[in-house]
Design a protein around this ligand. Structure first.
Ligand SMILES: Nc1ncnc2c1ncn2[C@@H]1O[C@H](COP(=O)(O)OP(=O)(O)OP(=O)(O)O)[C@@H](O)[C@H]1O
Ligand SMILES: [Mg+2]
Length: 354
């Protein structure tokens, strides 16, 4: 049995087999014949080449699609997300961990809060199958893979971060408080922010919501300012590095982004906190609040003073974008235990419905 956790976000797809992590942009496009190896000098090591054939169609995925595919799909079309994009992204993520023939793969996949109820059965049905895929590496070598996915669990994305704190790598409860408390989770992503409540690990529909207040909102403000100053439309997903360093070079000229970034982040944090305080008005008995997601890392210092409640400090041992997916992996080991005595079960395995 192999457990793989996959978190398909609108910004990034994150996956782990418990030993390794893969993160790539949630973008794919038609595979084209590459005339030249990309790096003209030096080696290709560390440069991601994710190319996969599914049902006879070839795809570039992640950075490779961004650089080389002429027609690209982003997963931002929410309605088509499950039907079209999730299968390509999930199989691409899985392919990173697979042997040529792999039986008994068990998947735990997260869906955004807003999609959970409507799509969980469809997504599980789509993935629970035997898939024949072909993976092509940067040297053009093709490898055929047959993967039998025997079981799939779908959980609301932010619950992964609670599972990550509650369970150890073998899926056994490590920090009981996360099984006993009522925890509000704010998951700030690229496109969306998800709010949810884990009440003794039970998912509460009432305290859950998705808004469009992702980091992309702040990036749009920054991009609009740049457009004003230099007339260029910068694609939002290209801003992450510039925002990190505080500078961007456009046509050779440097622009300082620090002030506008601070302003945009503060504004976004205010909106996110106001939503949290409003959605959870009736849930005044929340014990603590967790901030997670890649955007959570960026906004935590702005958000904390604005939230009403006790904040659980996030563990700093891992990129914030990966806490959900590490939780999925741990949950998989909990849901499909190799050998487990009954009293080690977590109260709320109910979080996940088949
Ligand atoms: N190393 C990094 N590289 C890129 N972005 C990062 C990094 N670390 C943090 N971030 C931030 O993480 C955000 C994406 O977070 P995350 O992967 O949780 O979003 P997502 O789950 O794809 O989006 P959504 O929740 O809207 O579906 C980016 O917008 C960026 O601000
Ligand atoms: Mg996310």
């Amino acid at each position: 049995m192999q457990v793989i956790g996959i978190d398909i976000g609108f910004g990034f797809t994150k996956a782990t087999d418990g030993k390794r992590y893969r993160v790539f942009k949630s973008i794919y496009g038609e595979a084209v014949e590459l005339q030249y190896q990309e790096a003209l000098l030096g080696n290709n090591e560390g440069v991601e080449h994710l190319q996969i054939d599914i049902d006879g169609a070839g795809y570039f995925v992640g950075d490779l699609a961004e650089r080389q595919s002429s027609s690209r799909q982003f997963t931002l079309e929410q309605n088509q997300f499950v039907a079209s994009s999730s299968k390509v992204l999930a199989l691409a993520a899985m392919s990173c961990f697979l042997q040529e023939r792999q039986q008994g793969v068990h998947l735990v996949v997260g869906l955004p809060i807003g999609h959970y109820r409507q799509y969980k059965a469809e997504l599980a049905g789509l993935l629970r199958a035997t898939h024949d895929i072909v993976v092509t590496n940067a040297m053009g070598e093709r490898k055929e893979i047959r993967v039998a996915v025997s079981d799939v669990r779908v959980i609301p994305q932010p619950i992964g971060s609670v599972m990550d704190r509650l369970l150890d790598n073998n899926g056994r409860p490590a920090e009981q408080r996360f099984a006993l408390e009522k925890i509000g989770v704010i998951d700030v992503g690229f496109r969306t922010t998800d709010y949810t409540i884990s009440d003794k690990t039970r998912y509460s529909e009432r305290g859950s919501m998705t808004t469009q207040n992702g980091i992309a909102k702040a990036f749009s403000t920054i991009a609009a300012k740049l457009k004003e100053n230099c007339g260029i439309n910068i694609e939002l997903y290209r801003l992450f590095e510039a925002v990190e360093t505080g500078n961007i070079k456009i046509r050779g000229k440097g622009y300082d982004l620090k002030k506008i970034t601070q302003h945009a982040f503060q504004q976004l944090a205010q909106n996110i906190a106001a939503d949290a305080n409003r959605i959870w008005t009736d849930d005044w008995d929340i014990d603590s609040i967790m901030i997670t997601g890649g955007g959570g890392a960026v906004l935590a210092t702005h958000l904390q003073p604005l939230l009403e409640g006790v904040i659980v400090p996030m563990e700093q041992d891992l990129d914030y974008r990966l806490h959900n997916v590490r939780g999925y992996y741990k949950f998989g080991n909990h849901a499909w235990p190799i050998a487990r005595t009954p009293n080690q079960a977590v109260a709320g395995a109910a979080v996940v419905q088949k």
